[in-house]
Design a protein. Structure first.
Length: 422
């Protein structure tokens, strides 16, 4: 019954049912009461087994991921607590917890009423992605093994496996600098109106927008941004055509994800706003710092209050399953079949002007599209292109762009720190 839920008759039960039908038929046809009695007994045994397997134990499942967001290769554990909330009898059950594509056995032996048992096991984090853990599958069998029923208990919890982060010493600050020669970080901004968000405890009342608050029926607060604060836009090329591979995971795409995560983390540590965009099928940018959307700003405010580590600073405030920030989006990012519409993305970037430094990360198959990215030099003072996973360097004179060639994420970090002109 691996991977399946519901009630099913085992091979032994099917054999006994066939024997019952044959015995009842032969006993009735030839007037053998002994065979009829054996056939009836076999049928009663299968019926009793179905009743036993149909009984549903009352269990409460609590699972805790520690931590729920990790870097690739970092340890993560899942603690599962199963409590018998029934009042009548102890239970002996076979239980398995789903962890990605494997099943972890959970022993439930003599679980008495009102008692619980806890199991802890390691979650595999060797691959970037979202590891779904749960639900718990409890299998109940009768003593003769004729009927088995499997039912799910509890929900599932995602564990976000972020790309491996390589430390970067240099962070481009574009053209937005303060008059005294340094970069200022203004948490809430002070110059230009950006958006409205719901009031949270601690906000200044002078920032409440009373007209909108009266219209919607709840307090709304103005969010301002400092337009002189440098902004970094990371554009990740997730088109399958840009990352050719032969049947397995694309190493160039994984390396691009590591490069994007490294840039985002370095920008966060330097208190610079950063935006992550995907070329294919991306409608809502993931942001850090002074976000461009109400949801992004509200989420970032909650993160700063929780004081999470910088490399996991985009965790969802409510621990939900939806991507909350750039690192979560990178964990869930996948290659999209087809060439994607890079021209539409470039047009939107030129129109919106989301920042002053654009970093375009692509694979060997994306070199032919560098001309489209080069057209953004008028809208973005600094445009940097990272070609990751290519066997040979990019030919010189690629639309006049700063091009970084690297074999993998670690090599990209090393080449990134060698750049002297942004």
């Amino acid at each position: 019954m691996t991977g399946r839920t519901g009630m099913a008759v085992t091979a032994r039960g099917i054999g006994l049912l066939v024997a019952a039908v044959v015995l009842l038929g032969v006993g009735g046809r030839f007037a053998y009461p002994e065979l009829t009695l054996l056939g009836a007994a076999a049928g009663v045994a299968v019926g009793y087994a179905a009743l036993v397997a149909a009984w549903r134990p009352r269990l409460t499942v609590i699972r805790t991921a520690s931590p729920d967001r990790v870097g690739r290769g970092e340890p993560a554990t899942m603690e599962l607590t199963v409590r018998n909330t029934g009042r009548l009898r102890a239970v002996n059950l076979l239980a398995e917890d789903r962890c990605d594509d494997r099943w972890v056995p959970v022993p439930l032996l003599r679980l008495r009423p009102g008692r619980d048992t806890a199991v802890r096991y390691d979650v595999p984090t060797v691959r970037r992605g979202v590891v779904r853990v749960g639900p718990l599958r409890v299998t109940r069998r009768d003593p003769l093994g004729l009927v088995a029923s499997a039912r799910p208990y509890g929900g599932s919890v995602p564990i976000w496996v972020h790309p491996r982060i390589h430390p970067l010493n240099a962070v481009p600050t574009g053209a937005g600098r303060s008059l005294d020669g340094r970069t200022d970080a203004v948490p809430h901004g002070s110059i230009t109106f950006d958006s409205l968000r719901e009031y949270v405890i601690g906000d200044e009342l002078r920032r409440v927008h009373w007209r909108t608050s009266a219209r919607v029926g709840e307090l709304m607060v103005r969010e301002n941004v400092d337009t002189s604060l440098p902004r970094i836009v990371v554009l990740l090329d997730n088109r399958a055509a840009a990352h050719p591979y032969g049947g397995g995971p694309s190493e160039s795409f994984e390396a691009c994800c590591e490069a994007a995560a490294s840039i985002i983390t370095a920008a966060h540590r330097a208190d610079l706003p950063a935006i992550l965009l995907l070329v294919a099928e991306d409608s809502v940018p993931a942001t850090t710092g002074s976000g461009t959307t109400v949801g992004a700003v509200r989420g970032w405010a909650g993160l700063r209050a929780r004081r999470r580590p910088a490399e996991h600073a985009d965790a969802a405030p409510d621990g939900g399953a939806s991507p909350a920030g750039p690192l979560d989006r990178l964990a869930a990012a996948e290659l999209v079949a087809g060439d994607g519409d890079l021209q539409a993305t470039v047009t939107r970037l030129r129109r919106d002007r989301l920042g002053d430094t654009l970093v375009f990360l692509t694979g060997p198959g994306g070199r032919g599209d560098l001309g489209h990215v080069g057209a953004l030099r008028g809208a973005y003072p600094s445009v940097v292109v990272g070609v990751v996973g290519a066997a040979d360097p990019t030919p010189p004179g690629a639309a006049g762009l700063v091009v970084i060639d690297a074999a993998d994420g670690a090599a990209f970090a090393a080449e990134w720190d060698r750049v002297r002109r942004w």
